[in-house]
Design a protein around this ligand. Sequence first.
Ligand SMILES: [Zn+2]
Length: 151
Amino acid sequence: MKHVTYEEWQKYVGDGLAEEVRQQYEEHLYSCDDCMEIYLAAIEAGGTSFPEFSDEARFTEDIMNEVEQYKERDDSRAGKKQRFYQNAAFHYSVAAAMTIVLMYTGIFQQLIGFAEEFERSSRPSFTNELMNKTTDLINNVENQTREEGNG
Ligand SMILES: [Zn+2]
């Protein structure tokens, strides 16, 4: 599509265009910075004749709706595979960010320290227990062997 002239943008601002033409111009506006500038100039020149400026909140809402619709159109063009990849990438970023936060706040170190502490304190007693059990077992076997030998 070729560029839209200033006069045409004035008609657009003054709502003097057919719906079909309006939509064409809007589509073009999304992808053309030059026409965006001309369009903005037309709005300024048109002043209060631009109806949606009378209600600023409503105007912002309309713009946001337009942007949302445009984004949705873009998504459907991108396809599902890419969207899944983008989602996965997003989740990875979140996980990475959380890991970094944990490391910076020292929670990671605390967890590692706790695990080491737990191992250090529990290992000797566990080893002692195991040694006691083994000694008992050896004693039992020795006793039984001795008894059997005697009997
Ligand atoms: Zn253009």
